[in-house]
Design a protein around this ligand. Structure first.
Ligand SMILES: [Cu+2]
Length: 94
C-alpha cells in the first residue's frame, strides 16, 4: 500500500519535471580538488547520478558546480556528499 503510493508520487514528479518547474532549485557549490580540465566531467557524472538532479554545470575555471535539482528528491547535503564521494569535496557557495 505504502509502496504503491510512493510509486505514484514519483511518477507524478517525473511527469511534472518535464513540464512545470515548481520544485526545481539551483545551487552553486564550491568544488575542491579539480586540477585539470577532465576533473569537471567526473564531478558532473557524480552529481548527475544523484536521483533528483536535473542538470549539473561544472566549471573548472571557477571551481564551481551549478546544480539544478528537484528539492523533493534531493538536497544540498546529498549533492556535496556525491562530489565528495567522487573525490571532490564541495560546499554550498555564497
Ligand atoms: Cu583532473
Amino acid at each position: 500500500m505504502t509502496t504503491a503510493l510512493a510509486v505514484v508520487v514519483v511518477g507524478c514528479g517525473l511527469l511534472a519535471s518535464s513540464t512545470a518547474l515548481a520544485a526545481e532549485k539551483t545551487i552553486t557549490l564550491a568544488v575542491k580538488n579539480m586540477y585539470c580540465a577532465a576533473c569537471p566531467h567526473t564531478v558532473k557524472a557524480g552529481l548527475e547520478a544523484v536521483p533528483g538532479v536535473v542538470k549539473a554545470v561544472v566549471s573548472y575555471k571557477d571551481q564551481t558546480a551549478i546544480v539544478t535539482y528537484d528539492d523533493t528528491k534531493t538536497d544540498a547535503k546529498a549533492l556535496t556528499t556525491a562530489t565528495t564521494n567522487a573525490g571532490y569535496p564541495s560546499a554550498p557557495k555564497g
